[in-house]
Design a protein around this ligand. Structure first.
Ligand SMILES: Nc1ncnc2c1ncn2[C@@H]1O[C@H](COP(=O)(O)OP(=O)(O)O)[C@@H](O)[C@H]1O
Ligand SMILES: [Mg+2]
Length: 270
């Protein structure tokens, strides 16, 4: 059974879609079978990856029972990474999607899809609405994206309360995996001050130590509909996401170790 990880934020435009794509790519380069799903009706990820070249159908059509998994999830040139777009978006289907989210159908479908992969990475819509809540209810992990800007950082407490609420009410298996800082400019003193001030209110290990630097190459990668790691000019930027994925895996292993899940001393190594 694969692990479902949602990439979320209350604010839009903070690098969620970019993170979902490049983090998925990095996990797949580490050898994991990853399905990246666009669960945002705005379809940013479907556009950013040009999945429509394969099919205009996607998550919505799968949930409606109009398409099978193999008709909407496609492996990419990066052999272990597959992508599922949002699919047919119109006022009716958006309404339907929220209904499926509230009634648990979205969550059940994701659990089913997760059987076929090591990770399901979900690009969530911005905000704290029913769709985000349903995705958190279906996930074992949530990774938050935030810019190092006042408006973005100040939305974090509300998102953290929502995560606690979901953990207490419906999904005790949900783990807050960390906050990744995006579009970071380390030379910007205001950003540095802002981060210092805001981060003191949070547990020290809540932020991933590998942050994502601002780099115009992301625009170029978007234009070509690929992760930055597939661009020669994107090598430096791609390292940020590789290091993030490695840090993520390390945190995950340490957590499993501390929970004793890997303690099998009784039966030995063989
Ligand atoms: N590290 C980065 N450096 C430069 N531009 C970035 C970076 N990350 C994202 N962007 C750009 O910022 C914009 C918003 O990012 P996006 O991932 O679509 O945010 P969201 O999904 O949260 O709305 C896009 O144009 C994207 O190419
Ligand atoms: Mg987006």
């Amino acid at each position: 059974m694969g692990k479902i990880v949602t990439i979320a934020s209350q604010k839009g435009g903070v690098g969620k879609t970019t993170t979902a794509l490049n983090f998925s790519y990095s996990l797949s380069r580490l050898g994991e079978r990853v399905l990246l799903i666009d669960a945002d009706p705005q379809g940013g990820m479907s556009i950013a990856t040009n999945i429509r070249k394969k099919t205009g159908r996607g998550l919505i059509d799968y949930l409606a029972g109009k398409s099978q998994l193999k008709e909407v999830a496609f492996y990419t040139k990066e052999k272990k990474m597959a992508i599922m777009g949002i699919g047919t978006v119109d006022p009716d289907s958006i309404h339907q999607l929220e209904d499926w989210a509230r009634k648990g159908a979205l969550s059940r479908a994701l659990q089913h899809i997760a059987k076929h992969f090591d990770y399901i990475v979900i690009d969530a819509p911005a905000g704290l609405g029913s769709l985000t809540i349903a995705l958190l209810e279906a996930s074992q992990g949530v990774l938050l994206a935030s810019q190092c800007r006042a408006l973005s950082l100040k939305t974090l407490p509300k998102m953290l309360s929502l995560i606690t609420w979901v953990q207490e009410k419906t999904n005790p298996d949900l783990s807050l995996e960390g906050i990744v800082l995006t579009m970071r400019n380390r030379d910007n003193e205001t950003e540095n001050e802002m981060f210092k001030e805001i981060s003191t209110g949070f547990p020290a290990d809540l932020f991933f130590s590998n942050f994502i630097s601002y780099d115009p190459v992301y625009e170029l990668a978007s234009l070509r509909s690929i992760p930055v790691g597939m661009l020669k000019a994107g090598n430096f930027a791609a390292r940020n996401y590789f290091q993030l994925a490695i840090e993520y895996k390390e945190k995950e292993m340490l957590l499993a170790q501390s929970k004793g899940e890997e303690d099998d001393a009784g039966s030995g190594l063989f």
